[in-house]
Design a protein around this ligand. Structure first.
Ligand code: MRU
Length: 336
């Protein structure tokens, strides 16, 4: 299996696989400019909650590379810029705040830049390890060889390592516990049909892509044994923000009596968020609905409503798989 990494830090530069071009073109952005990384996060050239957290951490560290004067001013400007790139995935703020802590404790030291980069690399390496542990814990949800449905992209492209929900599916497939994967195309930006399908194909796991609205029919036909998706932010009570359309799936699973699981690292749990009503939902440009790959598919003057995420209430979630354990309801993440 040879899945290219979403991110690599090499020779003091961040290498970003441009996900807006996949699967047709494999193109990399190589930069040490935090503003270019902020743009990459906004444009979804790098995306997926853990991956944007790691990219933002490296970007903030890079902001003071080669800066001798006004280091603090530069750092704060970069922090604020990166903080405003995307509002929902809590990993972004986790990554930025971890770098800020190191900055505050060592700001007068000569080797400040290396210390910040070191913390970025630790965050990256922790995520690689968490992905592997999530996959191991995720095996517990398979009661038999299963047909799994997933939404959005939660593989290597969305993280620093091998992925969250998609890594559970990969390991379960290797253990003979997955028969087939149904991939929601995931409108509007098609992370399912472009990215998840690309990763599954490279891993040799049998799959087919369906439109998001086909999920109910697949379940009615008895073709789905369980659903596993990722998360962008998990509240203390288990309410979970994930790609728009996730809530629909949880409701459908409830109706069809199909288990519905979330897989995410504990860095996706927001310790300051009591329940889902406090999670800010990102609104995207309406062009993401009126166009596909810059091709206009409806009249430009039509209004379009484009939230990037929705909130699945905890009571619809069968279990939450993290690197620590498989949590079952009622959820209480105060001490995690
Ligand atoms: O808008 P995106 O592509 O960044 O949204 C990503 C998702 O919703 C993923 O499902 C989520 O971040 C989990 S990534 C392991």
């Amino acid at each position: 299996m040879n899945i290219p990494r979403a991110l690599e830090f090499k020779d003091d530069k961040l290498i970003i696989l441009n996900q807006t071009k996949l699967p047709l073109i494999e193109e990399y952005i190589i930069t040490d400019d935090y503003e270019r990384i902020a743009l990459a996060i906004e444009r979804l050239e790098v995306r997926g909650a853990p991956a944007i957290g790691i990219a933002a951490a490296y970007a903030l560290a890079l902001s003071i590379k080669n800066i001798d004067d006004n280091i603090e001013e530069t750092f704060i400007k970069a922090y604020n810029r990166l903080y405003s790139t995307r509002p929902t995935a809590v990993n972004l703020f986790y990554g930025l705040n971890e770098i800020k802590k190191v900055f505050e404790n060592h700001k007068s030291e000569k080797n400040l830049y290396s210390l910040l980069i070191k913390r970025g690399e630790e965050i990256h390496n922790d995520d690689i390890k968490m992905c592997d542990d999530i996959a191991k814990n995720g095996l517990k949800v398979f009661k038999k060889k299963s047909r799994v449905l997933t939404h959005c992209n939660t593989g290597a492209l969305a993280t620093g390592g091998n992925g969250t929900a998609l890594n559970v599916i990969r390991l379960a497939y290797e253990k003979g516990l997955v028969e087939f994967v149904h991939v929601d195309e995931t409108r509007p930006l098609l992370q399912g049909s472009r990215l998840t399908a690309w990763e599954l194909n490279k891993m040799g796991i049998p799959f087919s892509i369906n439109t998001d609205s086909t999920a109910a029919f697949l379940m009615k036909e008895g073709k789905v044994d369980l659903v596993i998706v990722g998360a962008d932010r998990i509240a203390l009570n288990g309410d979970t923000a994930n790609k728009i359309g996730t809530y629909n799936l949880a409701v459908l699973c409830h109706y069809h009596n199909i288990p519905f699981y979330i897989a995410a690292p504990s860095s996706t749990i927001d310790k300051n968020c009591v329940n889902g009503s406090y999670i800010k939902i990102e609104m995207r440009n309406k062009n993401e609905i009126t166009h596909i790959n810059n091709y206009q598919i409806t009249l430009q003057e039509f209004d379009a409503y484009c939230p990037a995420f929705d909130i699945t209430p905890a009571e619809l979630i069968t279990g939450i798989i993290t690197e620590k354990e498989l949590y079952l309801p009622p959820y209480n993440f105060n001490n995690v």
